[in-house]
Design a protein around this ligand. Structure first.
Ligand code: NAD
Ligand code: ZN
Length: 251
C-alpha cells in the first residue's frame, strides 16, 4: 500500500511541474462505464471473429451483418456514461497549458465528459461515412432506422466511421498526436494494452524523446517497460486520486 501511495505521489509530482501533457487512452478507460474491452477475448470482438466485423473484407462480404453488429454496439454505448476517469482527463484541458488527449476509443465518452479537442486515432462509432462519395455525418440515433444506412447526399450505402484492421489511421489525427507525443514532458497512458499499432507507437515516440511516461492500468501493458511510473489499478479510482493530489496545494 505504501508503494502504491508513493507511485501516485511520484506521478503527481511529475505532473505538477509539467506544462506539456499528453493523455493517451484505450478501451480500459471506458471499462468502468460498462464498455467491454477487447483484450482477452481470444481473437473475438464481442463474440464475433474480428475478420468478420472489423475488416474492410468483412464489410464487403456482408455489409448488413457488419451493420447489425455496429448497430448493437451503438445501442449498448448509448446507455453508457462517462466515468470519473473520463471526467479527470477532460478537466485537465484547463489545468495544463498544452494538453492533448488522444484516444483509440470510438465510444465518444471523452466528449460526453466535456473534453473539447480529442484526437481520435480509430474514428468514432457515431460517425457514418458514405462508401461512394465519402461524405461523413454524425448520427447518434440507436438503433438506426434502416440498415444499412444511406448517404443523405447521394443515397449510396454508408459504413461505420471507425478504422478497421488493415486500414490507415486518419492522417491528420495521427500526425497531430505524433507531434504532441514527440514534444511532451509527460505522457500518461490509460487503459490500453498497447499492442495495436501505429497507435501504440506514440508511447515509444514520447519515451524516446525523453518524456516521463506514466501508465495507469490494472495490468502491465506490452509497453510497461517504458513507464517511469506504474499506477496499477482501475483508472476510475486512480485518476481522481491523482487529480486530488495535484489539486492539493503543494509545499
Ligand atoms: P484493449 O482491450 O486491448 O486493452 C484494454 C486495456 O485496458 C488492458 O490493458 C486492460 O488491462 C486495461 N484495463 C481494463 N480495465 C481497466 C480499468 N478499469 N482502468 C484502466 N485500465 C483498464 O484495448 P486497446 O488497447 O484500446 O486496443 C484495442 C482496440 O480496440 C483499439 O484499437 C480500440 O479502438 C478498440 N476498442 C475500442 C473500444 C471503445 O471505444 N471503448 C472498446 C473495445 C475495443
Ligand atoms: Zn454519398
Amino acid at each position: 500500500m505504501v508503494g502504491k501511495m508513493s507511485e501516485l505521489e511520484r506521478a503527481a509530482e511529475r505532473l505538477r511541474r509539467a506544462r506539456r501533457v499528453v493523455a493517451f487512452t484505450g478501451a480500459g478507460v471506458s471499462a468502468e462505464s460498462g464498455v467491454p474491452t477487447f483484450r482477452g477475448a481470444g481473437g473475438l470482438w464481442e463474440g464475433r471473429p474480428v475478420e468478420e466485423v472489423a475488416t474492410p473484407q468483412g464489410f464487403a462480404a456482408d455489409p448488413v451483418r457488419v451493420w447489425r453488429f455496429y448497430d448493437e454496439r451503438r445501442c449498448n454505448l448509448a446507455r453508457c456514461r462517462p466515468n470519473p476517469a473520463h471526467e479527470v482527463l477532460a478537466r485537465w484541458q484547463d489545468r495544463f497549458p498544452a494538453y492533448t488527449l488522444v484516444t483509440q476509443n470510438v465510444d465518444g465518452l471523452h466528449e460526453d465528459a466535456g473534453a473539447r479537442a480529442v484526437l481520435h486515432l480509430h474514428g468514432s462509432i457515431w460517425a457514418l461515412r458514405c462508401t461512394a462519395c465519402g461524405r461523413e455525418r454524425v448520427e447518434r440515433a440507436a438503433p438506426l432506422p434502416e440498415l444499412p444506412p444511406r448517404c443523405t447526399g447521394c443515397g449510396e450505402m454508408e459504413r461505420p466511421g471507425v478504422v478497421w484492421f488493415g486500414e490507415y489511421l486518419p492522417e491528420e489525427a495521427l500526425r497531430a498526436a505524433s507531434r504532441a507525443a514527440a514534444a511532451t514532458e509527460v505522457l500518461i497512458v490509460v487503459g490500453t494494452s498497447a499492442v495495436v499499432y501505429p497507435a501504440a507507437g506514440l508511447v515509444q515516440t514520447a519515451a524516446a524523446a525523453g518524456a516521463v511516461v506514466i501508465e495507469v492500468n490494472p495490468e502491465a501493458s506490452a509497453l510497461a517497460h517504458l513507464a517511469d511510473v506504474e499506477l496499477r489499478g482501475p483508472a476510475g479510482v486512480l485518476l481522481p486520486q491523482l487529480d486530488t493530489l495535484l489539486t492539493a496545494v503543494s509545499a
